[in-house]
Design a protein around this ligand. Sequence first.
Ligand SMILES: [Zn+2]
Length: 176
Amino acid sequence: MNGKEEVWDKAEAFRREHLVGGLQHLPVDVFSLTELRLGLDVIPFDDLFAKYDSDAAITQDFTGIYVDTEAYVFWEKGPVWKQNRLRFSVAHELGHYVLHREVAARARFESFDDFARWTHSHGGQKYNLEQAANEFAGRLLVPVERLQQLYDEVRRPIRRATPALALLRGRSVGLR
Ligand SMILES: [Zn+2]
């Protein structure tokens, strides 16, 4: 099976199970999802972005998600692109939570550092962990029906001159 499609299916199943009630609204409220729905801790981590080049990171025991303190504290006030980046980062970590919890549990990490290195350099796998978590995050934050709708809107009026990149991107996320 295509790794990507498997990830998309898992993301859609996750949406159906967890994005219910007030969580159905877009943009997805990733913090309520993480804390209230999944029961994971959201833990501020000073200089996470500076140290690990990421706004968010799942804890090595998969019971919580560290978030860069500054990005989290200024979440409401920050520019939209920063909000989007943090939202995507949390969704990416939820991807690791859903997709890689079992693999990680078998590896047993001594420290968060060991774990962080593992998630970023896990070799020998056909479909890399980071890519899988990104695909999951994309599908979690934008439901496929909405993606298809947006894609159709872009494609229809300019059919003769559809930007090749938009088409390629659409295909790469499984649209027709
Ligand atoms: Zn990752």
